[in-house]
Design a binder for this molecule. Structure first.
Ligand code: BTN
Length: 248
């Protein structure tokens, strides 16, 4: 393992593996899930040749500047509750970033924003009896190419310097250990944390929900974790949507 990661002190229950290059840490973790590897396996990669984002997007991050990893989970809660893990991971990352002095918001369902710019992307994928939480955090990135220059940020940009990536990893895993089990019984606590950090509440937005383009004002997050959108027809509960755009 490379020096930086050898020293990693992770919360009890996690096992870290580091690889210099993979196609996608999520693909590797899914493979591990299918092969019966125990929950708590964490794969960090310096480079992803085919890093994946939501909705088929690519996820690119320069080696040494990003933190790309996937965590294998085997939730005890029923499968119907697993989609809530997307929210749990988002809250875990937001709280972890706060430990480094950043004021992080969750852009429903789980992009993490600082100062209105994206600092972290999350891709949660379920298998037959496991879930993979894939997380990409812009830690040390100083410059973003093209349009990302206007829409992305990093811990280095926001804080003036990048924290050690192992410390960021450990903080996320620690918070994940708190929030992942809350998708069942203590979901109200998870919702409280999310509502406090919701980047969209009160904003006018446009989105594509199941092929229908909707626009309106976000009223908040509902009791099931859905986005509440107020438009001409009343209050809609949005369970899934493509890119939610904030309107000027
Ligand atoms: C998004 O914002 O669309 C989600 C991006 C998720 C990127 C992470 S990086 C680690 C893990 N491996 C992947 O291939 N994707 C996720």
């Amino acid at each position: 393992m490379s020096g930086e990661w050898e020293e990693a002190e992770l919360p009890v229950g996690y096992r870290l593996e580091f690889r210099e290059t993979v196609e996608s840490t999520n693909d590797e973790a899914r493979e591990a899930g299918r092969a019966g590897v125990e929950a708590g396996w964490v794969l960090v990669a310096e480079r992803q040749a085919a890093g994946r984002g939501r909705r088929g997007a690519v996820w690119v991050c320069p080696a040494g500047e990003g933190l790309a990893f996937s965590v294998l989970l085997r939730p005890e809660e029923g499968k119907a509750l697993w989609p809530r893990l997307s929210l749990a991971v988002g809250l875990a990352v937001a709280e972890a970033l706060e430990r480094f002095g950043l004021s992080a918001e969750v852009k429903w369902p789980n992009d993490i924003w600082v100062g209105g710019r994206k600092i972290c992307g999350i891709l949660v994928e379920a298998g037959e009896d496991f879930v993979v939480a894939g997380i990409g955090i812009n830690v040390g990135v100083r410059e973003f190419p093209g349009v990302l220059d206007q829409s992305a940020t990093s811990m280095a940009i926001e804080r003036g310097e990048a924290p050690p990536r192992v410390a960021v990893l450990a903080a996320v895993l620690e918070r994940l250990q708190v929030w992942a089990p809350c998708i069942g019984g203590r979901f109200d606590e998870l919702l409280r944390g999310l509502r406090e950090r919701c980047a969209l509440t009160g904003k006018r937005v446009r989105m594509n929900a199941g092929g229908v383009v909707l626009s309106g004002e976000v009223a908040g997050i509902g009791d099931g974790g859905e986005l509440l959108l107020r438009d001409a027809s009343g209050l809609r509960k949005i369970v899934q949507a493509d890119e939610v755009r904030v309107l000027p």
